[in-house]
Design a protein around this ligand. Structure first.
Ligand SMILES: C[S@@+](CC[C@H](N)C(=O)[O-])C[C@H]1O[C@@H](n2cnc3c(N)ncnc32)[C@H](O)[C@@H]1O
Length: 134
């Protein structure tokens, strides 16, 4: 069985070009998802560079990147400042945000995002957050 791609970022090169990545810089990807943008940032970083990524959806953890320059935080990026401070980062060189829903969230019926499937409406990106009912 062919596995469905988690998420394919559009305008990948153009978006990361906009960050103007310095090899020894510190960057944040606040919407990690399938990790496409993060991988491209890591490709442009040197050994001293660092990348911190956030995604509140625990499903995105399957896309973890095994790289000592990389840290993935499974939290809402609203806590960015606290988590950066906790990890001894006081200044960053750039932040990338690819806001919206990942293809994965649309493609898995039980996530309740898609109108293509018969499934309960859910739409929580963080499955641990409280499910509001009517
Ligand atoms: C469009 S996808 C990003 C795709 C990603 N750039 C890639 O290359 O695969 C958006 C992702 O951001 C996450 N997300 C949305 N709002 C968030 C928030 N406030 N905090 C953390 N993650 C968030 C979603 O769970 C989703 O995985």
């Amino acid at each position: 069985m062919e596995l469905m791609e988690y998420h394919k970022p559009v305008l990948l090169t153009e978006t990361v070009d906009g960050l103007n990545v310095k090899p020894d810089g510190i960057y944040v990807d606040v919407t990690f998802g399938g990790g496409g943008h993060s991988k491209e940032i890591l490709n442009r970083l040197g050994e001293e560079g660092r990348l911190v990524a956030f995604d509140q959806d625990e499903d995105s953890l399957v896309n973890q990147i095994n790289d000592s320059r990389f840290l993935l935080i499974n939290e809402n990026f609203r806590y960015l400042k606290q988590f950066l401070k906790f990890n001894n980062v006081s200044k960053v060189d750039g932040i990338l945000g690819d806001f919206g829903v990942s293809s994965h969230q649309f493609n898995v019926a039980e996530r309740g995002f898609s109108t293509r499937f018969e499934a309960e409406l859910d739409m929580r990106m963080n499955k641990k957050s409280v499910l509001l009912g009517f």
